[in-house]
Each structure stands twice: as structure tokens, then as C-alpha cells.
Design a protein around this ligand. Structure first.
Ligand code: CP3
Length: 346
């Protein structure tokens, strides 16, 4: 069987070109996605596996990314718990969880993961259409990020979520969520995802001490439950707005790859953490709005700096952005990112 560049990097033994993919590579900047959206709404694209596979394949065909990512959304587990979910285009939940009585309205547990059966089918259909040398990534939201959405409806309103950390709401929510989420991850890996990403977009909304007290133990519990179901599939933990003070508290956890945002110097992170984790990232998504030649110049410089590092530091590097592709990104800039990466790393 062909080992994908993604798997080689996740095992920190990639001697070749680093794999490249981008969060939100299937999204609104891309005419293929817009074309599908003209005939179907976002939820239908996610829930009809043929459509989800077509959506996920679009950017792989068009830009030659080294991996596809499941086309879905991280809020479906909240829908499975009974919170109602619509998109316009941002997500809206039918109600927010504020009290223990609200949490008691929610269902949870392992069986509720069956709700995400459409993700398993989408992964199977995507895998069947992907070339053998391309990777396939599944994903779920981090428990903290899901909690913030459940209580505040958006990750930038995290302040509304803080009260629940001490009044029992967060703990009660997690008691319902964690088995569901661990089984959701296993449902995706069993369907053929060779890597599961845990997107903790709201992680940086809490300070490093609070992160250690409230977020890390829950992540540890989630990963332990996932590992009991699937000991082998590599997990990538992406967080936004975090730094060494957060990451240092994650060192004992059973995940393999750390996804970092654009605020960090990649060479430094590879030097400081590359012997512990694979590192994924981390070009600033805003760069892709630069004029074409300016983007080329900056990327050539950035890639050149990473190429100048000792090769063993790159064995576990997964190349991409520090967050998702932005909505108005020109397609030609995405294409140039991928072609230039191939020219420079060979
Ligand atoms: O290509 C891919 O990366 C796969 C698909 C994907 C989507 N959402 C599709 C989507 C992935 C991996 C996500 C993850 C996700 N969803 C995150 C974590 C990563 C991140 O971006 O921080 C979060 C926080 C969400 C929740 C969510 N879903 C938000 C905040 C929004 C609205 C923002 C936006 O970009 O419009 C969504 C909707 C959404 N998810 C869209 C897509 C393509 C846009 C829907 C539309 O076209 O109407």
C-alpha cells in the first residue's frame, strides 16, 4: 500500500516533500464550492454523502492538495445532542446552554454518535475517489470550543461561557459530550480517515492557567476514550490564540500533531517542539489576499527559511495555514501556494 505524504509526516519519517493542505480548502473562496452551493444548501452538502464527497474532492482536483478533509462541520454533535442547528451562513443554535436545567435537556453518550453516520459515509465515498497517494483527514471540534458554541453561540463570545466553569454547567455538558465525541472520532477513523483533527478554535479565549485547569483535563479524558476505541490513528490538535504556555501543558496527551496559528515563528516551533510532535501550519491566511507577485515573494522567502533548516526538523511538518482559507481569497493565490511549495521542496 502507498504511504501518503500525510501519513509519513504524521509518523515523523517524511524524507520527501512536506504534505500541504489547508483548513477550509473546500469553502466559499472556491468557484467549485459556489457552484455546488448554488444548487444545494450547506447542510445538504454535508449530510448527503455524495455531495460531501464531491465538495471535499473539488480543491484536491483543482489545486492538487496532498490531502482531502471530510466536508462537514464541527457543530453537528451539538445538533445530535438536541440543540437544533441552522446556517445563514454562520451557525445558529435553537437555544444556548446557560443552566444545569438546559444541560439536562441535552442527550449524549456513545449511541448519539450514530447521528453522524453521514460523516462516515462521506469519508468512505471521498476515500473511494481519492488517489492512493492522497491523505484523508476527519475532524471534530474540541470539547472546550463546542462548549463555548453551546453556551455563547460563537467562539468570540467566550466570556459568556466562563461562569459555567465553576457552577457545574461545563462539567455536566462534558459528561454528555465526551463519549459522543470519542465515538464520533472513531466512526470517522473506522470509515477511513487516516488522521483526526481536533479543532479547538476557542482555546486562546481562556488564559493559560485556566486552560490547564479546565481544558487540558477534558482533552485528556476525550483522548483516553478515543484511544480505547482506536489506539493507532494519529490525532492533530489545532488551537488558535495559544502559545508555549498552553502547549507545554499538553505534553503528556496521546495526540501526535500540534496545529499552530499564524502568530508563531514556525522555525522556532519546529526547533522547540518538533521532537515531541508533528507540527502543522502556519502561514497567515491574510497573506493569500496579497497581490500575486508580493505573495510569491513572501512565500518564497518563508518556504526558503524552512528549507534551510536541517532536514530532520521537517520530517514531521505538515504545511498549511495558521487558520482557514478566508472567504475572498483569490483562487490563483491558493494555486500558487501549492505550486511554489512543490517547486521549492521538490
Ligand atoms: O474544507 C474544510 O476545511 C472542511 C470543512 C469545514 C467546514 N467547517 C465547512 C464550513 C471544517 C473543517 C469546518 C470546521 C469549523 N466549523 C470550525 C473550526 C475551524 C475554524 O474555522 O475555526 C468552526 C469554528 C466551525 C463552525 C462554523 N461553521 C462557523 C463559525 C461557520 C461560519 C463561518 C464561515 O466560514 O462561514 C461555519 C459554516 C461553514 N463551515 C461553512 C463551510 C464551508 C460556510 C457555510 C456556507 O457556505 O454557507
Amino acid at each position: 500500500m502507498t504511504e501518503t505524504l500525510l501519513s509519513a509526516a504524521l509518523n515523523r519519517r517524511n524524507a520527501g516533500r512536506p504534505p500541504v493542505w489547508m483548513m477550509r480548502q473546500a469553502g466559499r473562496y472556491h468557484s467549485h464550492y459556489q457552484m455546488l452551493k448554488a444548487h444545494s444548501d450547506f447542510i445538504a452538502l454535508c449530510k448527503q454523502p455524495q455531495f460531501a464527497a464531491e465538495t471535499a474532492m473539488g480543491p484536491v482536483h483543482e489545486f492538487n492538495f496532498d490531502a482531502a478533509i471530510l466536508f462537514s462541520d464541527l457543530l453537528f454533535p451539538l445538533e445530535a445532542m438536541g440543540m437544533g442547528l441552522t446556517y445563514d451562513p454562520g451557525p445558529t443554535l435553537a437555544f444556548h446552554v446557560q443552566t444545569l436545567a438546559d444541560v439536562e435537556r441535552l442527550s449524549g453518550g456513545a449511541e448519539r454518535a450514530q447521528w453522524m453516520g453521514f460523516q462516515a459515509e462521506a469519508i468512505r465515498l471521498t476515500r473511494a475517489r481519492l488517489r492512493a497517494d492522497k491523505g484523508l483527514i476527519g475532524f471534530v471540534g474540541g470539547p472546550w470550543t463546542l462548549y463555548v458554541y453551546a453556551t455563547a453561540g460563537s467562539h468570540d463570545k467566550a466570556q459568556q461561557a466562563m461562569g459555567g466553569l465553576t457552577n457545574g454547567v461545563y462539567a455536566a455538558f462534558n459528561a454528555r459530550l465526551l463519549d459522543l465525541l470519542a465515538h464520533n472520532m472513531a466512526l470517522q477513523s473506522r470509515a477511513g480517515a487516516e488522521n483526526i483533527a481536533l479543532f479547538d478554535t476557542a482555546a486562546g479565549e481562556i488564559d493559560a492557567a485556566g486552560y490547564g485547569r479546565h481544558v487540558v483535563p477534558v482533552l485528556a479524558e476525550l483522548l483516553a476514550r478515543f484511544r480505547a476505541l482506536d489506539p493507532a490513528t494519529p490525532v492533530t490538535y489545532y488551537s488558535r490564540g495559544t502559545g508555549p504556555a498552553h502547549w507545554d501543558q499538553l505534553k503528556g496527551l496521546p495526540f501526535q500533531c500540534l496545529g499552530i496559528d499564524w502568530r508563531h515563528d514556525l522555525a522556532e516551533v519546529l526547533a522547540d517542539y518538533g521532537d515531541h510532535w508533528c507540527i502543522q501550519g502556519n502561514v497567515d491566511p491574510e497573506w493569500l489576499h496579497l497581490p500575486y507577485t508580493e505573495l510569491e515573494r513572501r512565500l518564497a522567502d518563508w518556504f526558503g527559511r524552512i528549507k534551510a533548516l536541517p532536514a530532520e526538523l521537517r520530517r514531521g511538518w505538515i504545511c498549511g495555514l495558521g487558520h482557514g482559507v478566508l472567504q475572498r481569497t483569490p483562487e490563483m493565490n491558493v494555486r500558487r501556494f501549492v505550486t511554489l511549495q512543490r517547486e521549492i521542496f521538490g
